[in-house]
Write a protein of this length. Structure first.
Length: 192
């Protein structure tokens, strides 16, 4: 297992750890502020490692078939973990979460189907938009949770909550859009 793949696996391992850190204060009523000081660095490490593993793999010609499978899987695991936490605590609407989860499951199915045919599908502009909105929505959701857990109040908190909601909706819309373009491309390949 090369370095980029190890970084990717590390991100997969961090996802359930993030989940536990997020929920320990809810389950046990203790460690609320400590959870914030752990979750924020974990989030930053997970997001930076996503960029780092791909950069190292491409720059040093370390791209592997395992890495091509694990990288998108680790992205899904980490981001769905964030969104699950936010949905459970009432910050993210469940319908946006479901759109995202259904999209990820459907894309996984389509990728496996195309891999069986020996075809790798490239990411589209909608896929890039999805990744950006997922990251932005996750970061904003984490900031909102952190403010609540640290009892930080400020003028405009209601507006900030609305902005977070808008980003969750944008993430769901980008998710649906990326699925549609991916499905259209798969259909074109299957018609050949």
């Amino acid at each position: 297992m090369n370095l980029p793949t190890k970084i990717t696996v590390f991100r997969i391992i961090l996802a359930p750890v993030f989940f536990l850190v997020y929920f320990v204060p809810i389950w046990f009523g203790a460690g609320t502020s400590v959870s914030v000081y752990i979750m924020i660095p974990m989030f930053i490490v997970m997001e930076l490692s996503d960029a780092l593993d791909g950069y190292i793999a491409r720059k040093y010609n370390m791209v592997t078939d395992l890495g091509k499978i694990l990288d998108p899987f680790s992205d899904v695991i980490s981001r769905v973990t964030f969104f699950l936490c936010f949905t459970f605590t009432g910050i993210m609407p469940i319908w946006t979460f479901l759109i995202i989860v259904y999209r990820e499951l459907a894309i996984t199915f389509l990728r496996m189907m195309m891999m069986g045919k020996g075809v790798a599908m490239a990411a589209s502009i909608w896929g890039k938009a999805k990744a950006i909105t997922y990251t932005a929505a996750s970061a904003l959701g984490l900031l909102l949770v952190s403010a609540e857990r640290l009892d930080i109040t400020f003028n405009g908190i209601d507006i900030f909550q609305m902005v977070v909601l808008v980003f969750f909706i944008l993430a769901a819309a980008a998710s649906a859009g990326s699925f549609m373009t991916y499905a259209v491309n798969v259909r074109k390949v299957l018609k050949k």
